[in-house]
Design a protein around this ligand. Sequence first.
Ligand SMILES: [Zn+2]
Length: 167
Amino acid sequence: MRDTLVLNASYEPLSTVSLRRAVVLVMQDKAVVEQEHPGLRVRAAGVDMAVPQVVRLCRYVRVPFRQRAPWSRRGVLVRDQRRCAYCGRRATTVDHVVPRSRGGADSWMNTVAACARDNQRKADRTPEEAGMRLLSRPFEPTPGAALMLALGVDVEELPPWLASAAA
Ligand SMILES: [Zn+2]
């Protein structure tokens, strides 16, 4: 997998992201290419560009997310690619694994994307109590994913050809 270095608008290195994410940043006018890979190109419907080795953000971003991405419902849906953690179907809601009514936190490690049906079914219970199994464990977003979240770039909005490329 080929990673691209992302610089802040101030040229300060922020993070590396996958090629797929780097291309999206450029396509959505969030970043400009500072350095291209000699001889390598990304080619697909409507896109023909050199593989970016280094991109620079068009707008300066503050960088608290370098340590930790701030939790958000939208961020959980993006992190889980809008797939329900219980059934794998399309998710539109965020479920607290340990319910908030039982002291469960608004945190990356306690929340998962869930379809409305499973969220209602689980209600104020833990997965064990509800007899529901998590298909995957919640996790902290990687620095690259945190950067995309901070920039408001939804990786799910990727063109299909990119979505099927390296993650
Ligand atoms: Zn579901």
